[in-house]
Design a binder for this molecule. Structure first.
Ligand code: BGC
Length: 757
């Protein structure tokens, strides 16, 4: 039995009874705090990484072992596997003076070893049960490898596809983003954090990280409080309401103060307004970065962060190296240090680590729980459900299983680019390529493979992208030779499947782009393929909305598959051959050109709206060179079948405050295939005291209908769905007319109105 266990045993029984009321102090933690020196408390606020994961900053922690023994570490991240975690936990529990167990964090963003599609892809499934299931699988696998704390979900709203991290979140919409945030937190944490297959979730990055100016990563953010509360904050709050145990701050500033040192954000909003009771961790060196932001030296910014409400310092060791001095100089209080330390200890208590520090360490589990056939089956379904059919030129998709196929493109037989960005725990060797998937699903198809082009031809750009592995490999053969091979395979085929798009690290952290077109090397190949006159399917991979205005004009079918994860090839083959009917819908608007950014469905009307968004009108809000409409609207996505929406009904045409309203609509599958559609409900608040958006998503349901089947779908508009934050930041609904739109995307046209009294 560890020394610590002996100290706490007496308190344990009492403490379990107060678990349900987390706002109350936990006697065991209080007893421990009583015994701790200020140095030991500061030690708990220190999060280090020995560099096993992806080091996204310049610093990687040094002398980790000695620091753990000295009681200078509260948690480790980027370490996995029961052996390594046991060794580290042993150092803390048996070799440090107080024996306080460590937290073990990791970025398990879209699956652990069973890698699911990138989050933007998963969001496109609009299937909350499926998303929750992926989080449960991630938790099961990660905890099998000893991890008890996850740096996910990332719920940053963004309306800027130039920002590479759009791949990591749910897209542009706060209503959908909130539902996904909740599903993920529930999936990771379950209803018992002490269970050995659940882990703490971290909602990140608080706040507004997705609004980095010009889509350049880590850039400043400047936003009105109205926009913040109505559009950007809801998913963070939803994750917190769902019980997320921790929060990670963002790199950017808000109202001129970086989030990591922003007291208004971390105390007034997060704790006082939202009632958050867990702990707050900085992002990777975001505390130290306040020096570069221009807020003072390391000691000053560390004191600022502690006083603002930051509890744990990731990697930067500003807390560890300066707080004692700040205490002596009266710049921070011991009470503030104790408060932060209490929150870390409470998290450890809630995980059950004081009861059993080795709770997550079981040598038999990795083999049993990681990459099991059941987990892979969920990944295959998730990858298929994430795909969005953007265009289906008559008769091309689905393809016959006995067709002669020219399979071309730099991503068609490319294991290194299937998992997507931020998959540090995934291993490319387990990924199924498209070529392999087609062979698995349609063994009778006659496939001629040729690479056709490089992802891009610029070696300098390739170097920037290949930081975590060889994602862009430029062939020894010349572009002309590659193309010649592809055209030769096309001449022997009935149909061309070209797998094109972005390499995984062309999106993600520090991967912003100003040009969102498919790289020119591939565009040349696409043009040549189309010129052959053979039917062409573009299977498009990317971590963001791309500008595919040119390809959209071509007589091709386009299936957007994001970066689909470990089961990529099997899932895409399921889609291509019709084993799975595409049902994904975009969760971020696709612009016609970068110049339209930001473009999103809940924009405001303006005082001079364009009467016809497709036609230029002088002195109206539009552009000379492109229409106002996007290439693909939010919520858009086709199917191999067709659906008819009719008979929209509202349960009331007049309601009172705090009353909800039932909305029903009939859906019929009118095409030739079974399939699913996402019924989407948009609301317009016609007149109110602050300018309303043209419409906002306020409900959705994914429904499956057999060929010819008809269903009545019911959705509820709750009282809160009519509310918004006004200029005083009160959350209210104002009396008046509301219009309800129902349809299969944000251009929904079925409409009914009701009156709020
Ligand atoms: C990212 C975080 C991540 C952290 C730890 C940072 O660079 O912004 O999202 O959790 O690294 O890996």
């Amino acid at each position: 039995m560890s020394r610590l266990k002996t100290i706490i045993l007496g308190c344990l029984l009492v403490s379990f009874s107060v678990l349900a009321q987390s706002s109350e102090q936990i006697p065991m933690v209080e007893a421990l705090l009583e015994k701790m020196t200020v140095e030991q408390k500061i030690g708990q606020l220190n999060l280090v990484t020995p560099g096993g994961g992806i080091a996204t900053g310049e610093v990687v922690s040094r002398n980790v072992e000695a620091k753990i023994k000295a009681g200078n570490v509260g948690g480790l991240f980027g370490v996995s596997g029961p052996n390594k975690i046991r060794m580290a936990q042993d150092l803390a529990v048996n070799q440090s003076q107080l024996g306080i167990p460590l937290l073990f964090g990791f970025d398990v963003i879209h699956g652990y070893k069973t890698t699911f599609p990138i989050p933007l892809g998963l969001a496109s499934s609009w299937d909350m049960d499926l998303i929750k299931k992926t989080a449960q699988v991630a938790a099961k696998e990660a905890t099998a490898d000893g991890i008890n704390w996850n740096f996910s979900p990332m719920v940053d709203i963004t309306r800027d596809p130039r920002w590479g991290r759009i791949a990591e979140g749910a897209g542009e919409d706060p209503f959908l983003g909130s539902a996904i945030a909740k599903a993920m937190v529930e999936g990771y944490q379950g209803d018992d954090l002490t269970a050995s297959n659940t882990m703490m979730a971290t909602v990140k990055h608080l706040a507004l990280y997705g609004a980095s100016e010009a889509g350049r990563d880590y850039n400043s953010v400047d936003m009105s409080h109205l926009k913040m509360f109505n559009q950007y904050m809801p998913p963070y709050k939803a994750a917190i309401d769902a019980g997320a145990a921790s929060v990670m701050t963002s790199f950017n500033d808000i109202d001129g103060v970086p989030a990591t040192g922003n007291k208004w954000l971390l105390t007034k909003v997060l704790r006082e307004r939202w009632g958050f009771e867990g702990f707050v961790v900085s992002d990777y060196t975001s505390l130290n970065e306040m020096v570069a932001h221009g807020l003072g030296d390391l000691q000053a910014v560390s004191a600022l962060a502690l006083n603002a409400g930051l509890d744990m310092d990731m990697v930067g060791e500003g807390f560890l190296t300066t707080l004692k001095k700040s205490l002596e100089q009266g710049k921070v209080t011991e009470e503030a240090i104790t408060k932060a330390c209490r929150r870390i200890l409470e998290a450890k208590f809630k995980l059950g680590l004081f009861d059993d520090p080795y709770r997550y360490i079981d040598m038999d589990r990795p083999k049993r729980d990681i990459l099991s056939p059941e987990n892979r089956a969920i990944a295959r379904k998730a990858a298929a459900a994430s795909a969005v059919l953007l265009k289906n030129e008559t008769g091309i998709l689905p393809i016959s299983k006995t067709a002669k196929i020219a399979l071309v493109g730099p991503l068609a037989d490319n294991r290194n680019n299937m998992l997507g960005t931020w998959a540090p725990t995934g291993e490319t060797k387990y990924a199924v390529t498209i070529r392999e998937g087609i062979a698995n699903v349609a063994p009778s198809a006659k496939v001629q493979y040729a690479k056709g082009s490089n992802i891009l031809d610029d070696p300098e750009m390739a170097k920037k992208i290949n930081v975590f592995g060889p994602r862009v490999i430029i062939s020894e053969s010349s572009p002309e030779e590659l193309l010649k091979e592809a055209l030769a395979s096309v001449s022997k085929s009935d149909v061309v499947v070209a797998v094109v798009g972005e390499a995984t690290e062309m999106s993600g952290e520090a991967a912003s782009r100003t040009d969102l077109r498919i790289p020119e090397a591939q565009k040349k190949m696409i043009r040549a393929l189309v010129e052959t006159g053979k039917p062409v399917v573009l299977v498009l991979m990317s971590g963001r909305p791309l500008n595919i205005s040119e390809e959209f004009e071509m007589p091709v079918s386009i299936l957007q598959v994001w970066h689909p994860g470990v089961e990529a090839g099997n899932a895409i083959a399921d889609l291509l051959f019709g084993n799975y009917n595409p049902s994904g819908k975009l969760t971020a608007t696709w612009p016609r050109t970068v110049g339209q950014i930001p473009i999103y469905h809940s924009m405001k009307n303006t005082g001079r709206p364009a009467e016809d968004p497709e036609e230029f009108q002088k002195f109206r809000s539009n552009y000379l060179d492109v229409p106002n409409t996007p290439l693909f609207a939010f919520g858009y996505g086709l199917s191999y079948t067709t659906f008819e929406y009719s008979n929209l009904k509202l349960s009331h045409d007049r309601i009172g405050q705090n009353q909800s309203i039932e909305v029903s609509v009939e859906i019929k599958n009118t095409g030739e295939y079974d399939g699913a559609t996402v019924v989407q409900l948009y609301l317009k608040d016609v007149v109110r005291s602050i300018t309303p958006p043209k419409r906002t998503l306020k409900g959705f349901k994914k429904v499956f209908l057999k060929k010819g089947e008809q269903k009545t779908v019911r959705l509820t508009l709750r009282a809160d769905d009519l509310k918004f934050y006004n200029n005083e930041l009160e959350f209210i609904a104002e009396p008046g007319v509301f219009e309800v739109f129902i349809g299969a995307d944000s251009n929904a046209t079925l409409k009914k109105s009701f009156n709020l009294q």
